[in-house]
Design a protein around this ligand. Structure first.
Ligand SMILES: Cc1cc2nc3c(=O)[nH]c(=O)nc-3n(C[C@H](O)[C@H](O)[C@H](O)COP(=O)(O)OP(=O)(O)OC[C@H]3O[C@@H](n4cnc5c(N)ncnc54)[C@H](O)[C@@H]3O)c2cc1C
Length: 442
């Protein structure tokens, strides 16, 4: 019987013709070539942590959870080659054993490396780029089963396309990443008046290696995460403190508050203020990968937009006002992060200092009206949606927001001329594969 697949948030499901689980690049190449011979489309899948329909297919789904090996790690150069299906938590633990670390991370580590890179997954810190910026080389299996080696020297356009590919070029089997010497982070979480933080935002972002804020809806408070890299010895928080701050509050506590607000939407503002009252100052000083990543057990859906950093405070104020004005029963914080610009054609931070603004809604609750209203605000700032998070854009709207759009399409036409890796999501957000012009743009 055909196997059913669903994503982490349990809101995207499909029944592929078959799900293949190759254990090596050789097997991957065989399953891809066989699918193409059978006339089936192919979709690579990681951990299914994207909120969109990006992984869905009725053709062949290629799951790389059996391809998680570290193939080479050189602590001197920092270059590490891995199989693309490796989960971030496994990768960061292995890197640590070699005295290495990822330069930056997002707030969970359960994604596969390939899935995280394909959607330009990012953390926060104005001096750091998203994860894909550290890809030095990769190996990509095209629809014929051929393995193409991609790096900047061999094929600079393919390298800038494959780092953030939305799975539209082929299945990446291996990555070589540039890693950094292992480091520790001292992070302080505290609740502050929103007005004070927003008035001082540029200084706060510049003063910290990693700065993030979570605006608590229906309150005048923001929770800030301010982190510095440090040589000081690790001093993890006590078990009870960690349990309360990392486990109870963001999981059971938030979950219970959301359930209550779903039952009685008009109570949301009061519940939000009560939750804010439970949040105290929290400090962590530990190896970077232990501080970055947290457990997320409340299922939710999310939209996140990348906008030019200069508009961050204004855009956030507009989203906060929207929630209050419409009396929306939203309890998840509005999350704001910052990254440096980079140059992958489809990177959401392409060519600009970027602020990311994310809104969430608990699984099962109405989210679309809220998200569409937020999207309308972000459109005014030429917002670029996170490729793995909800949005309602089409290729026509997105193309002008990416200076490297046509360059990406030229690489796509070259590597996947028959659109074997195009599913409904890819067709919607990137359009059909353009007809290629030899040696040029489509
Ligand atoms: C709780 C939670 C927290 C999150 N936190 C953050 C965060 O802090 N920062 C952030 O930026 N995002 C965050 N995200 C979003 C998440 O990082 C992205 O959606 C990411 O793509 C998920 O990785 P995955 O392995 O689950 O990939 P999937 O969702 O399975 O796949 C994502 C894309 O990658 C493609 N793909 C997978 N494998 C390959 C391959 N081998 N070759 C080519 N393409 C491939 C797929 O086709 C698909 O298009 C979060 C999501 C959740 C659910």
């Amino acid at each position: 019987m055909a196997e059913k697949w669903r994503n982490w948030a349990r809101q995207q499901t499909c029944t592929p013709a078959r799900i293949e689980r190759p254990a090596s690049e050789e097997q991957l190449s065989e399953v891809v070539a066989r699918a193409a011979r059978d006339g089936l489309r192919i979709r690579p899948v990681g951990s299914g942590h994207s909120f969109t329909d990006t992984c869905l297919t009725d053709g062949v789904m290629v799951d790389q959870s059996r391809m998680q090996r570290v193939l080479d790690a050189d602590p001197t150069t920092g270059l590490v080659t891995v199989e693309a299906g490796i989960k971030l938590h496994r990768l960061t633990a292995e890197l640590h054993r070699h005295g290495l670390a990822l330069e930056n991370q997002g707030d969970i580590d359960t994604q596969s490396l390939a899935g995280a890179l394909a959607t330009a997954t990012h953390g926060t810190g104005e001096r750091f780029r998203n994860l894909s910026a550290n890809v030095v080389a990769c190996r990509l299996v095209t629809a014929t089963g051929e393995v193409v080696e991609i790096d900047e020297a061999r094929d600079p356009d393919a390298w800038r396309a494959a780092r953030v590919s939305v799975g539209a070029l082929g299945v990446i089997s291996h990555y070589t990443l540039r890693c950094v010497p292992a480091f520790r982070i001292h992070r302080i979480d505290e609740l502050r008046p929103a007005a004070d933080v927003l008035a001082d935002l540029d200084r706060l972002v510049a003063a910290h290696d990693h700065f993030e804020l979570l605006a608590l809806p229906h309150t005048d408070k923001v929770l800030t995460y301010a982190s510095q890299r440090t040589d000081r010895p690790a001093a993890p928080p006590g078990r009870l403190t960690a349990w309360w701050n990392d486990d109870v509050l963001p999981n059971a506590g938030l979950g219970a508050a959301c359930r209550f607000a779903r039952l009685i939407p008009s109570a949301a503002p009061g519940v939000a203020r009560a939750v804010a009252g439970l949040i105290g100052r929290y400090e962590q000083l530990d190896d970077s990968y232990r501080v970055y990543a947290h457990q997320r057990r409340v299922r939710f859906t999310e939209m996140e937009y990348a906008i030019p950093r200069a508009h961050a405070a204004e855009a956030l104020e507009r989203v906060r006002a929207l929630v209050v004005d419409r009396r929306l029963p939203v309890l998840f914080p509005i999350e704001v992060r910052f990254t440096a610009p980079d140059d992958a054609f489809l990177s959401t931070a392409y060519g600009r200092d970027t602020a990311y603004i994310a809104v969430h809604q608990v699984a099962g609750a109405e989210y679309e009206a809220f998200f569409r209203a937020v999207e309308a605000i972000m459109d005014e700032y030429e917002g670029r949606p996170h490729w793995g998070k909800r949005h309602f854009q089409t290729a026509a709207a997105l193309a002008p927001r990416y200076p490297g759009w046509q360059d990406f399409q030229a690489v796509r036409a070259r590597l996947d001329p028959d659109g074997v890796f195009t599913n409904d999501y890819v067709a919607r957000v990137l359009g059909p594969v353009p007809v290629s012009v030899p040696g040029g743009r489509p």
